[in-house]
Design a protein around this ligand. Structure first.
Ligand code: GTP
Ligand code: MG
Length: 444
């Protein structure tokens, strides 16, 4: 089909047709429900609040069960995230619930970095999901989605205002997770103080630009209740799994010497409102918002960081294939540049080594020549000495012969003229001393 035909076709208005009888696609929503029920759901809650603020009690109260709970120590050197996953079932619906506790939150003397492990944990879950999505063989169908769907932020019931730790942490988290702020242990604060406290908290959140989760009002079925509940934020809650008899009914409550605080009594606290909003009305919206808003933002930033773009510099659509090709070219160019640099470096190194070797060779040659000269000089001197000594030896031998001749003559003369003997003897002993010393050396 030519491009113009395609354009005309897509611009054409869609026509409404009526069906002659029952076809059956009206069962699509049921098919969807059935598929979802078979598949099961996952929901992940992050609890952020000071140690002992009532996080575990509230979770137990919300899901009407007893999760594993162990008291956190107040001596944690840093905040650490502790996820625990449970399989819950209500009617035929399976829910894989993960509760993540920010253990040790608010216990360090220096709280500057308290938010960091929480942010890192949330990002890691996004990253795991992204990696699964980017796989060639994806298995998102049975992938255990650990992305945090909601962060319940437990505010200490001081009645004053938010702490800077609360503001900093919520600000760091608000673009990554749906935050529902709640005032914990609301039974410790009086009714009039609670009202003022709620107003103060909301104005502080607004003035610090902290975006908390707003219950959606675009779906007509829940718009009214959600907008009414938005006005009640932050919810002031009381948690308890203890059952107390009120009238002739057993209710979950906290019992005090002066009376009973009923968890599910809306005039005592906002627990029911929280349960209604979190579980019964907006659980799916929280899951959806996590995927379409927070995860989408993470994914976009991450892909942009990796160099992927939807449009080219001229604002023209840019396909993944084109991005890949451009990146590949860029990468290959860089690789070639690096290769060339390395080759050049290698050549330089070889040249340097060669020059060094040549220099060493020259030095060795010079040394050799020098030693050769010294050797020749020594040899010359030894030769000279030898000549001198030979001369001396010859002189000595000549003298020796002379002496021997003289001796034999004197012996002859003695036999003939005994009187001349003394005179000859005297002559013999008057030979130079140097001669006798040298002769001694030669005898040896
Ligand atoms: P860690 O996990 O150790 O940080 O504590 P936590 O935040 O899970 O608190 P937990 O639920 O263990 O509760 C701590 C104490 O607070 C317990 O003694 C609870 O009974 C009490 N508590 C819990 N919820 C409330 C509440 O709503 N009001 C009051 N007054 N006390 C509460
Ligand atoms: Mg706990």
């Amino acid at each position: 089909m030519a491009a113009t035909d395609l354009e005309r076709f897509s611009n054409e208005e869609k026509r409404n047709l009526s069906l002659g009888g029952h076809v059956g696609f009206d069962s699509l929503p049921d098919q969807l429900v059935s598929k979802s029920v078979t598949q099961g759901f996952s929901f992940n809650i992050l609890c952020v609040g000071e140690t002992g603020i009532g996080k575990s009690t509230l979770m137990n109260t919300l899901f009407n069960t007893t999760f594993e709970t162990e008291e956190a120590s107040h001596y944690e050197s840093a905040v650490r995230l502790r996820p625990r996953t449970y399989d819950l079932q209500e009617s035929n619906v399976h829910l894989k619930l993960t509760i993540v506790d920010a253990v040790g939150f608010g216990d360090q003397i220096n709280k500057d970095e308290s938010y960091r492990p929480i942010v890192e944990y949330i990002d890691t879950q996004f990253e795991n999901y992204l990696q699964e999505e980017l796989k060639i063989r994806r298995s998102l169908f049975n992938y255990h989605d650990t992305r945090i769907h909601v962060c319940l932020y437990f505010i200490t019931p001081t009645g004053h205002s938010l702490k800077s730790l609360d503001l900093v942490t919520m600000k760091k988290l608000d673009s990554k997770v749906n935050i529902i702020p709640i005032i914990a242990k609301a039974d410790t604060i009086s009714k009039s103080e609670l009202h003022k406290f709620k107003i103060k908290i909301m104005s502080e959140l607004v003035s610090n630009g902290v975006q908390i989760y707003q219950f959606p009002t675009d779906d007509e079925a829940v718009a009214e209740i959600n907008s009414a509940m938005n006005a009640h934020l932050p919810f002031a809650v009381v948690g308890s799994t203890e059952e107390v008899k009120v009238g002739n009914k057993l209710v979950r409550a906290r019992q005090y010497p002066w009376g009973v605080v009923q968890v599910e009594n809306e005039s005592h606290c906002d627990f029911v409102k929280l349960r209604e909003m979190l579980i019964r009305v907006n659980m799916e919206d929280l899951r959806e918002q996590t995927h379409t808003r927070h995860y989408e933002l993470y994914r976009r930033c991450k892909l942009e960081e990796m160099g992927f773009k939807d449009t080219d510099p001229d604002n023209q659509p840019f396909s993944l294939q084109e991005t890949y090709e451009t990146k590949r070219k860029e990468f290959l160019g860089e690789l070639q540049k690096k290769e060339e640099e390395m080759r050049q470096m290698f050549v330089n190194k070889v040249k340097e080594t060669e020059a060094e070797l040549k220099e060493k060779e020259r030095e060795l040659h010079e040394k050799f020549e020098h030693l050769k000269r010294i050797h020749q000089e020594e040899k010359r001197k030894v030769e000279e000495k030898r000549r001198e000594l030979e001369e001396e030896m010859n002189t000595f031998n000549r003298r020796k012969v002379a002496v021997e001749t003289l001796q034999s003559q004197s012996l002859q003369a003695t036999s003939q003229q005994p009187l001349k003997k003394d005179k000859d003897k005297k002559n013999f002993f008057s030979l130079p001393t140097a001669c006798s010393i040298t002769s001694g050396r030669y005898v040896n």
